[in-house]
Design a protein around this ligand. Sequence first.
Ligand code: SF4
Length: 257
Amino acid sequence: MGTFLFSEIIFGPVSSRRLGVSLGINLLPTDYKFCTFNCVYCECGWTLKSHKKIQLPSQEEVKQQLEIVLKDYALKGKEINSITFAGNGEPTIHPQFAEIIDDTIQLRNQWMPQAKISVLSNASQLNKEKVTSALTRIDQNILKLDAGTEKTFKLINKAQENLTFDKITAYLKSFNGDVIIQTLFLKGEVDGEKFDNTNSEEIEAWLQLLKEIKPVKVMVYSIERDTPSDNLEIIKPDALKKIANKVEKLGFLTEVY
Ligand code: SF4
């Protein structure tokens, strides 16, 4: 299927179901995906093993380009709801991620004070205190949890070997609730093995993890764009709503997209 890459550091704004008018920031290379996960549904395609020298934008480049766009929008009276770190892979991999967050907060306050700063992350870099601390300074710390069990986590997210499910879930719990959880529900087959993160065993385990993470919000959704794997099945809105009802019964704000 036709996955795609973002060709700019600053992209959009796009109309996002979850974030409204969203101006994207891509801290990753513009010609290939760079991530610690290899999710079967990733809209950027498979994570390829590359021997190329990784080219990431500098802190200064990101700051300059962001200021140009924010200033232009502000002077034209156009609104942006979210300045969103996403792009071609995992944004927190960037070695100056924390400093770039601080630049973004300063530029947002100056030019677009009503905009929220959002980070979409797979939580894999939360062994770095600088990254964790930066995520506590933004408005929407949106972290991925696509499974209730290690087996399904491995099949769906295909994370680097050192990133175990226990490690990732411990990182999510470490925010003491100052986190939004995003979960993509799907069924399919990968490497000859079937998975379904909507079956009762998975949902029960996932709900138990939510009780321990205590998120401010849970975002529930399914595949919406092209995926690198063809063997995937979208979960219908009615089934997503049933899952969301279970989360709401635990007392967590839940949004279905
Ligand atoms: S964590 Fe995000 S960028 Fe990385 S493979 Fe998964 S969906 Fe793609």
